[in-house]
Design a protein around this ligand. Structure first.
Ligand code: NAI
Length: 466
């Protein structure tokens, strides 16, 4: 395999940015250029103040700080970066289609197709194209067809440089919030493809810091399907434990005790057994829906129904929490101040895509509550976008606060929706003192010090506690 000297990554998002930053950090001999159509995002990646990068991930600022300007570059000059690259990663968004055939389930591949066409047009010489985005199984066929149409195989003896391509699948398994650790010490790297030389070129990059036995090689279709399957299994565990949480609340069991008891079984394992307000993030729901769509496409209706239920249960869990809050607050929250702690879909990220907080807030707004939202990393403008309405102090409105104490001032209830570490050590004496009585703590993450909150005079509900 020929060594890779220049990489272009199309898509400077939550995956492209951190992934390329770690490759550049670990491989100083490779020039890595991350491109995006979004000029604002590129400007933020180039911001001299590393606390203003567009993606918040613990440790990302240090990695970018070491490599940026040396062999890590962010630019909107897409075509030039493709032309210069030995290897191009496609790391663009692949959301669920909102209209047309497969709307609500199938992945929208328009960004993948557009970037493949751009590679077809601008590449020079031999280019290895790597699918980094999560894609429906057999998408590589589409990518190959687009690239194939541009390929120029010159007859032997023709010395002008030919334009040729190899396509690989290399799905990303990082989790937001722990992306840098996941990239630096992955459980595995997965490379799917048919072209052995291309596979070994990509494996050679990872082998700089990943042990060989963690670099798995499969065929293209297994690689594409493995990513969808991994996310389906992970999301399925969350819906499973959330369904048990509801049963715990009804029966007097405690889901954390049940989780500990089953998690010690080595066949089950202890991770991903925390009950909560449901999964969020840009991937789980869209990838399961995509799997459901694929199952139906291949006539596998029972399988489709099985996986679809994972998403149904997730939405139900969010609605259940909002309903329970209303019910405990004497059946009405109209005009009541509710403090919402956490808006990101999980701790240690500023990402709010599909965050359970969005649906829970919308349900409470519908009931006429006055929400006061606080999150250490999510911007007010992002909340405006997600809730579809600007801040207001009217019934059925929301406002932002800068601290949990400020949010709780005059509130009837505090709801914890994201497991930010700081929420484990809140001063419940101080918070209770500024709330209206009778006051409630609804802890959808079971992270707060419930004993301290009760001692401060609050009524406490914790997810999964009977
Ligand atoms: P994102 O939306 O944060 O980033 C995608 C970027 O691609 C955007 O900035 C967009 O402007 C850019 N883009 C789209 N078309 C373009 C084009 N033709 N030329 C240049 N730039 C273009 O998405 P994110 O979260 O980084 O996800 C990317 C892919 O990785 C998705 O397929 C996702 O399913 C997958 N993935 C995401 C993970 C996550 O935790 N967010 C984890 C593993 C995989």
């Amino acid at each position: 395999p020929s060594p890779i000297r220049t990489i272009c990554c199309i898509g400077a998002g939550y995956v492209g940015g951190p992934t390329m930053a770690v490759i550049a950090d670990r491989c100083p001999g490779i020039q890595v250029t991350v491109v995006d159509l979004n000029a604002e995002r590129i400007a933020a990646w180039n911001d001299p103040d590393l606390s203003r990068l567009p993606v918040y991930e613990p440790g990302l600022d240090a990695v970018v700080g070491r490599a940026r300007g040396r062999n890590l570059h962010f630019t909107t000059e897409v075509d030039a970066a493709i032309a210069a690259a030995d290897m191009v990663f496609l790391s663009v968004n692949t959301p669920t289609k909102t209209r047309g055939v497969g709307a609500g389930q199938a992945s929208d591949l328009r960004w993948i197709e557009a970037s493949a066409r751009q590679v077809a047009a601008s590449a020079r010489g031999h280019t290895i194209v790597v699918e980094k985005s999560t894609l429906p199984v057999r998408t590589a066929e589409t990518v190959k067809a687009i690239l194939g149409a541009a390929q120029q195989n010159r007859p032997e003896g023709d010395r002008r440089q030919a334009k040729t391509f190899a396509v690989l699948s290399n799905p990303e398994f990082l989790a937001e919030g722990t992306a840098i650790g996941d990239l630096e010490a992955p459980d595995r790297v997965l490379i799917g493809g048919e072209d052995t030389a291309a596979i070994e070129s990509l494996a050679g990059i990872y082998a700089t810091w990943v042990p060989q036995d963690r670099i798995l090689r499969t065929n293209l279709w297994s690689s594409e399907l493995s990513k969808l399957t991994a996310n389906a299994f992970l999301a399925q565990r969350i819906s499973s434990i959330n369904s048990i949480a509801a049963l715990c609340e009804a029966t007097g069991a405690d889901v954390r005790e049940v989780g500990r008891a089953i998690g010690t079984d080595s066949r089950i394992g202890a991770k991903f057994l925390q009950a909560g307000p449901g999964f969020g993030g840009s991937c789980f729901q869209k990838d399961i829906l995509n799997l459901v769509y694929l199952c139906r496409h291949y006539g596998l209706d029972e399988e489709a129904g099985y996986w679809e239920q994972v998403v149904t249960l997730n939405t139900w869990q969010q609605d259940r929490i909002a309903r329970m809050v209303v019910q405990r607050l004497f059946g009405t929250v109209t005009g009541k101040r509710l403090a919402l702690l956490g808006f990101a879909f999980k701790a240690d990220t500023n990402d709010t895509r599909e965050a359970p907080a969005i649906r829970i807030c919308q349900n409470l707004i519908e009931e006429g509550a006055r929400l006061v939202i606080v999150d250490p990393k999510v911007s007010v403008s992002q909340i405006v976008t997600d809730l579809g309405q600007p801040p207001s102090d009217a019934d059925g409105g929301w406002q932002a606060a800068s601290s949990p104490l400020e949010a709780a001032s005059g509130a009837d209830a505090v709801l914890i929706l994201t497991e930010w570490r700081d929420y484990a050590t809140l001063d419940w004496g101080a918070i209770a003192a500024v709330m209206r009585r009778p006051a409630w703590l609804f802890d959808a993450r079971a992270i707060a010090d419930a004993a301290a909150a009760r001692a401060a005079g609050l009524n406490v509900w914790r997810v999964g506690e009977g």
